[in-house]
Design a protein around this ligand. Structure first.
Ligand SMILES: Nc1ncnc2c1ncn2[C@@H]1O[C@H](COP(=O)(O)OP(=O)(O)OP(=O)(O)O)[C@@H](O)[C@H]1O
Ligand SMILES: [Mg+2]
Length: 448
């Protein structure tokens, strides 16, 4: 790294002397004779170290120090003070200056100070790097599961954690763990100690959602008695999780697109652009591409969101993970409900594996909680599971246990045909070779 140095002093001779001296020592030297151009140069170039004169033609050095610190609290500023201004030097140190020098400037002395400051900065950087690595390591655990889909998912989560600016779109059926994934992405990234704000886009009216997201100025509308900061501002440095993104109103879609493209927005009723550094994570349990086709969701926003898409597989496609999760929840509920540890009987395990879990992991969690409460003995059997699970394979005696019953097969078959005809009963009855009214009875009987 070539350290860069900004000299802000109104005396050209001082600037020249420092410039020559430090350039000879392989520093990059920038210089300015006024406070205003000095600040502009600082903001533009972000030099490692600033040598700042206390007295400048267009303002005093202390005020400029404050402005520099406001822009970057970690900036290293060494004050240059004239004779008899030691008090100001003390003030400067209190306001965050790294050190101070007195005029006339002794070049050897400056060099020692600047070198020390640069070294300290580098140490801080290295430290911060290791600290952030440690954070990534222990904040946020992997998503539980061992099937290939979940393994792949955890790799994606880690990749996204290491790319804290990338936008994420999480798609999956209800209860598959979309929110869990959003939290893991935030918790494993270097944003972990900044806020994770979330909001459900389907829950609020358009105007309310807009002011929740972007905030509003005082007097923006009748009820806006005071300025309100939106979630984007509150989440600055962190993550904003937008659930049910497909429900977002078109006007807000446009504003969100601007946030993604320019990292800025305006409060409702505001005229000033506000810059924020927020990662946007979105989720939906619908097929967003269909919403785009219907014209209810902007195509440009859709492509912007799905730079990194995550598809969460339904629980019924996760194989043995059903048991892994069920056991995990058993332990969890035995802890939180303060009940002795329990296990599932082989028959109960078979039902858990065979059931189609329309409510996915959330449903499984509820089923386990219920079983934990119902089972008085140590073993959880089919009788402690809800009826819809027991119905998966009605109990038959002896070896036939492994075969589904005729009724069960009939139910499944009717269901399949109904699905293939999109629920058209006449067509279904025709395919099955039964009358419409018989079909009607069976639909009622099996609760299809
Ligand atoms: N792989 C998993 N391991 C452990 N718990 C999980 C897993 N997936 C989901 N859960 C748990 O299941 C419940 C539902 O998950 P979550 O709220 O993240 O689902 P969702 O996809 O956001 O659902 P919805 O679409 O209804 O909002 C939560 O209690 C969550 O902790
Ligand atoms: Mg959710």
């Amino acid at each position: 790294m070539i350290p860069s140095l900004l000299v802000i002093d109104d005396e050209p001779t001082v600037r020249l002397a420092l410039k020559r001296f430090f350039e000879a020592k392989a520093y990059r030297v920038l210089e300015s004779g006024t406070a205003s151009s000095g600040l502009a140069l600082f903001q533009q170039e972000e030099p490692e170290v600033v040598l700042l004169d206390l007295k400048l033609p267009d303002g005093d050095g202390i005020a400029l120090l404050d402005q520099i610190k406001a822009h970057n609290p970690e900036a290293a500023v060494i004050m240059i003070t004239g004779k008899g201004t030691i008090e100001s030097a003390v003030t400067a140190m209190k306001r965050g200056a790294a050190d101070y020098l007195t005029k006339p400037v002794d070049l050897e002395e400056v060099e020692v100070l600047v070198a020390k400051t640069v070294e300290l900065l580098q140490l801080k950087r290295v430290n911060r790097y290791y600290r952030s690595r440690a954070k990534i390591k222990d904040a946020g655990r992997p998503i539980p599961g061992e099937c290939p889909e979940i393994k792949k998912l955890n790799m994606m989560v880690d990749l996204l954690a290491e790319n804290p600016h990338t936008t994420v779109l999480i798609q999956g059926e209800s209860g598959t763990g979309k929110e869990l994934v959003a939290r893991a992405i935030h918790g494993k990234s270097i944003r972990w100690d900044k806020p994770l704000m979330d909001i459900n886009c389907a829950g609020l009216s358009e105007t309310l959602l807009e002011s929740e997201l972007f905030g509003h100025e005082r007097g923006a509308f009748t009820d806006a008695k005071a300025l309100k900061r939106g979630l984007l501002e509150i989440a600055d440095g962190g993550t904003l999780f937008l659930d049910e993104i497909g429900e977002l109103a078109p006007s807000i879609q446009a504003k969100l697109l601007r946030v993604l493209e320019n990292k800025c927005f305006r409060r409702v009723g505001g005229t000033r652009d506000i810059q924020v550094d927020v990662r946007i994570v979105t989720a939906t349990n619908k097929d967003l591409s269909k919403t785009v086709e219907k014209g209810a969701f902007r195509e440009d926003l859709y492509y912007r969101l799905k730079v990194m898409p995550i598809e969460l597989s339904p629980l019924r496609e996760r194989g043995q993970d059903v048991l892994l999760l069920a056991n995990l929840f058993l332990e969890e509920f035995s802890r939180t409900l303060k009940k002795p540890a329990k296990t599932f009987s082989p028959e109960a395990q078979r039902l858990l594996l065979a059931y189609h879990w329309p409510g996915n992991v959330r449903e499984l969690k509820n089923v386990v909680e219920r079983a934990m409460i119902l089972a008085s003995e140590e073993i959880i059997g089919p009788e402690h599971l809800p009826l819809e699970l027991q119905a998966v394979a009605p109990k038959v005696g002896g070896k036939a246990e492994t075969y589904p019953s005729l009724e069960h097969m009939e139910r499944d078959y009717i269901k399949q045909v109904l699905a293939s005809t999109s629920g058209n009963r006449s067509k279904t009855a025709k395919i099955l070779g039964i009358s419409r009214s018989t079909l009607q009875d069976k639909i009622r009987k099996y609760g299809l």
